[in-house]
Design a protein around this ligand. Structure first.
Ligand code: SF4
Length: 232
């Protein structure tokens, strides 16, 4: 693909946004929550875990733990068992309890509304902070970069960066700020429903005329080779 100028790429992103908005007009965060604290806890639990599994766990958890202080004073062993099925439960329990202690000590139990304050909490990086700011507070402070956003940004030729923070910076330069939160929802929904990691459905894809499909041939050839391998 010939080198695309920044202006041409920005215009292409505009067309991508139009099509994704038509395909997924009600795209939203698929974690269940009813307040900022619940979204913060659910997002920490969602690392290396599906939203579906997190929603199963939080359905019980949120009935029992109503405030940051409840998590802060919970017995660690019992709390670990309650979140065990989300994986990496020891680290997650440690992060959630330390994070909630800081919420109590520094913010009177409330979830702060700035990137700076959020990323000073345990277990909270830019990705988690962006999820909370964008969805619980309606603040477009950045773009959530998860595995789907990373994969799609590369396949769509929006960036060749691999580091999430560099990908985020590249996307912030291409997407209007008012759409930063929605843009990540659209890419995540498209990644889950159309542009899967191993088997992207390019034939039916709403973006096929706008997508250079970078790296797709390699991944489909690799998948074919794995499928052909005789089983022993
Ligand atoms: S054309 Fe293929 S690679 Fe590009 S976004 Fe669609 S499914 Fe993904």
């Amino acid at each position: 693909m010939p080198r695309e100028t920044h202006d041409a790429k920005t215009a292409r992103v505009g067309r991508i946004i139009t099509r994704l908005n038509i395909a997924y007009p009600d795209a939203h965060c698929e974690l269940n929550y009813s307040n900022p604290l619940e979204l913060l806890i659910a997002t920490i639990l969602s690392a290396q875990c599906t939203d579906k599994r997190v929603n199963l766990v939080t359905a019980e958890l949120f009935r029992k733990y109503r405030a940051a202080a409840d998590y802060a004073r919970a017995g660690t062993a019992g709390f670990e068992q309650e979140i065990k099925s989300t994986g990496f439960y020891r680290n997650k329990a440690k992060s959630i309890q330390a994070c909630c202690r800081k919420l109590v000590e520094r913010h009177e139990g409330a979830v702060p509304r700035t990137m700076e304050e959020l990323t000073r909490l345990d277990g909270v990086g830019r990705k988690t902070a962006n999820v909370v700011l964008g969805n619980a507070f309606g603040v477009n402070a950045g773009v959530v970069v998860d595995t789907h956003v990373t994969r799609l940004s590369q396949r769509l030729g929006l960036t060749s960066e691999k580091d999430p923070e560099k990908i985020e910076l590249a996307l912030m330069k291409l997407v209007p700020q008012a759409q930063w939160t929605m843009f990540s929802h659209w890419l995540i929904w498209h990644g889950r429903r159309r542009c899967a990691a191993r088997k992207p459905d390019c034939g039916s894809c709403e973006l096929r005329k706008l997508c250079p499909r970078l790296g797709v041939e390699e991944i489909t050839a690799k998948t074919r080779r794995i499928q052909k391998k005789p089983s022993r």
